[in-house]
Design a protein. Structure first.
Length: 529
């Protein structure tokens, strides 16, 4: 809004022309219930770069409810007109987005802005009035989705202010549901995560809370469950009898960018491991739920977190490699060292890379190591999960083929060039008995033309539909912190912190120490090499 917007009457009229969202053969049958989507932190980076684009694309493809409006809420003073201009610019800057005049006119007529003044006793009272008026005028149920696109240190205050303005209430004052979407990080360690959860739950029940891990919303990550549980041939071998080890690699080419203030306190373990890496591990390691329902799926992921073997913090060197990028060269030229990035301390000991050997102590996985690796400024952007199977039990070809043969390897490429590849041995054509490793490849592009749904589109869609499958439950957050907090404490308080941080050149695959550790285990990295 501005609540004082002169175009208020016209602006709050519902928009009617929506098309059906086509995602291959998986069309969305029923759009979600009418609602207001409130983006808090509307002028910030996340809102402008990711959310509005996702909302616009959903709108163009019929993924938003038939009757909806969007309110951008933030501290800078703005009119709704000013906000619309900001969003139009952001969509243009993002490129690749066709902003047709007609679609933009319809979309922007549903965009409003509300200035938040945190200095007043009730910063969200104006927003509450605007929502209440608009719901009445449009005769729509008072369903509200609040997306917190703000730095995590503002979560508690904002949730409290929403609560005090009765915006969290359901069917009491406002006649409709109220949901809140919270981005990671959920806390800085176990204690702060528990504190945050308590504050949120003072106003929102667990089923009103949507904690995002955007990796879970990636199409290829969701497919892990279909691949494992909708096919008969993989589950029988998906265990310690047949699997030698699992590698999970999330390599990025980007450096810390403009996020140093956050990253300096987070580092790669909090930024990638506490959430994305452990969630990927859970998708690979979990048992089949009895039915594909949010809580049943989340129960199974949580059981994996409960089975994580406590990390050997007294022998960190055997199971963990931490690194930080030094200056290097990439395809776009010279890249500065992490310590020389803007707003980074010159003596920073923040890790930008980590490789950890993790064990899941249960019947299925006992004795199978999971190698988790993630870093910034690596050679390529690749997220890939590799399952290496055991060698054949008996090599009947040993007389003609003295060398050992490469075991089967299943690679699940999460991004980019999404695909699944199975490597196996085949006879090389010819009179002599020779084997050669070959692959069977499935590329997503071969069954789907056009873009896959972006993770943020999926997240918004599921929040609107009230589906929690891809979101993280409080217990899950706390279990991940319980696993990670002792590691963080050991790393951050050890005497040889500097020596334990291995430098690697920007644009490489990380510190050589990683290969030493893998070689000692008789293994090598497949993903991304
Ligand atoms: C975010 C991290 O959660 O995930 C970032 O905070 C990281 O540091 C990003 O770059 C990676 O996400 P994606 O989808 O680009 O692999």
């Amino acid at each position: 809004m501005d609540a004082h917007d002169s175009t208020h009457e016209k602006d709050t009229a519902p928009v009617k022309n929506v098309t059906v969202l086509e995602t291959g053969t998986c069309d969305i049958e029923a759009p979600s219930a009418p609602c207001a989507i409130v983006v808090i932190g509307a002028c910030g980076d996340l809102a402008r770069r990711k959310l509005v684009r996702a909302l616009y694309r959903l709108f163009c493809n019929g993924g938003l409810p038939l009757d909806f409006f969007i309110v951008g809420a933030d501290i800078p003073e703005k009119t709704s007109e000013g906000y619309r201009n900001l969003i139009k610019e952001s969509l243009r800057d993002l490129g690749g987005e066709e902003v047709s005049e007609e679609a933009w006119r319809n979309f922007s007529s549903q965009l409003h802005y509300c200035t938040i003044d945190p200095e007043t006793g009730s910063p969200y009272a104006l927003l509450a009035d605007f929502l209440s008026d608009t719901f009445k005028k449009r005769e729509m149920p008072a369903n509200r989705l609040f997306y917190l696109a703000v730095p995590p240190d503002r979560y508690v205050d904002i949730i409290g202010d929403l609560g005090k303005a009765s915006l969290a209430s359901e069917y009491d004052g406002f006649n409709g549901w109220s949901r809140v979407v919270i981005e990671k990080p959920f806390g800085h360690d176990l204690a702060s995560a528990q504190q945050l959860n308590n504050s949120v739950q003072e106003f929102f029940r667990e089923d009103q809370i949507f904690r995002i891990d955007h990796y879970l919303a990636k199409e290829t990550v969701q497919n892990i469950l279909m691949f494992r549980f909708a096919n008969a041939i993989f589950e029988p071998v998906w265990n310690r009898r047949y699997i030698d080890h699992v590698q999970i690699m999330a390599a990025e080419t980007l450096g810390v960018e403009h996020r140093a203030v956050y990253y300096e306190h987070a580092g790669v373990l909090r930024d990638m491991f506490q959430n994305h890496m452990l969630q990927l591990l859970a998708m690979i390691a979990m048992e089949p739920p009895s039915i594909f329902e949010a809580d049943r799926v989340r129960d199974e992921r949580i059981k994996v977190f409960r089975s994580l073997r406590p990390f050997p913090v007294d022998q960190l060197d055997d199971s963990l490699v931490l690194g930080q990028y030094a200056a290097g060269r990439g395809p776009k030229g010279e890249m500065p060292a992490y310590c020389d990035e803007p707003q980074v301390d010159n003596d920073s000991l923040t890790p930008t890379f980590a490789m950890a050997k993790v064990w899941v102590d249960n019947w299925r996985w006992h004795g199978v190591p999971f190698y988790l690796c993630s870093g910034k400024r690596m050679t390529e952007k690749i997220t890939e999960i590799t399952i290496q199977f055991k060698e054949v039990p008996y090599l009947m070809f040993r007389k003609v083929l003295p060398e050992t043969i490469q075991p089967n390897i299943l690679s699940i490429r999460i991004q980019p060039n999404e695909r699944i590849t199975m490597a196996f041995q085949a006879k090389s054509p010819g009179a002599k008995i020779c084997l050669q490793p070959v692959t069977m490849d499935f590329h997503y592009a071969s069954i789907h033309e056009g873009n896959l749904l972006d993770a943020y589109e999926t997240v918004i869609l599921d929040c609107l539909l009230g589906d929690h499958t891809l979101f993280v439950r409080q217990e899950g957050v706390e279990l991940c912190w319980s696993f990670l907090s002792p590691i963080l404490e050991a790393c951050e308080t050890c005497d040889n912190r500097r020596q334990a941080l291995h430098l690697y050149r920007a644009g490489t695959w990380g510190p050589p120490r990683v290969d030493e550790l893998m070689n000692r285990d008789g293994r090598t990295w497949h993903a991304a090499r």
